[in-house]
Design a protein around this ligand. Sequence first.
Ligand SMILES: N[C@@H](CCC(=O)N[C@@H](CS)C(=O)NCC(=O)O)C(=O)O
Length: 146
Amino acid sequence: MLTLFHAPKSRSSRFIWLIEELGLPYALRVVTIRRGDGSGALDPANPHPHGKVPVVVDGTTTIFESPAIALYLTDAFPAKGLGPKIGGPARGAYLSGLAYYGDGMEPAFMSKFMNTPVARNRRLGCRRRGDGVRHPDPDRQAVPAG
Ligand SMILES: N[C@@H](CCC(=O)N[C@@H](CS)C(=O)NCC(=O)O)C(=O)O
């Protein structure tokens, strides 16, 4: 049976929805997490390497990071057809959307939400050095968000 490590009002709520949609039996294990306002604490019961949620445990398999969990669940439990099948025509868009969420959207959302400028992935540029390897070009600076 699946176990979802969950903290209320966090990203783990999305997997209550997904697991319910998949119609799977699961145990909901509520853990504490560190909150942005300084409250909360790491929970030793949480198997996430950084004490975050969501985490799903399926037997001996532990999965963390939302795109990985979504992919794992929709691949492992395909009966409801929520994830396009491997090799199917819709698979590329599905994988792209999941990766884009993690690599593109979430950092941008968090930058805005936390009011913390992050280096934008904008023409940072690379330069070949004597070793033939492309290294980041120190003359091209990251542009602060704003
Ligand atoms: N990229 C991760 C983010 C996980 C994450 O940051 N979760 C927050 C709750 S929404 C958390 O556990 N924060 C506690 C901490 O940072 O220690 C995902 O999408 O699963």
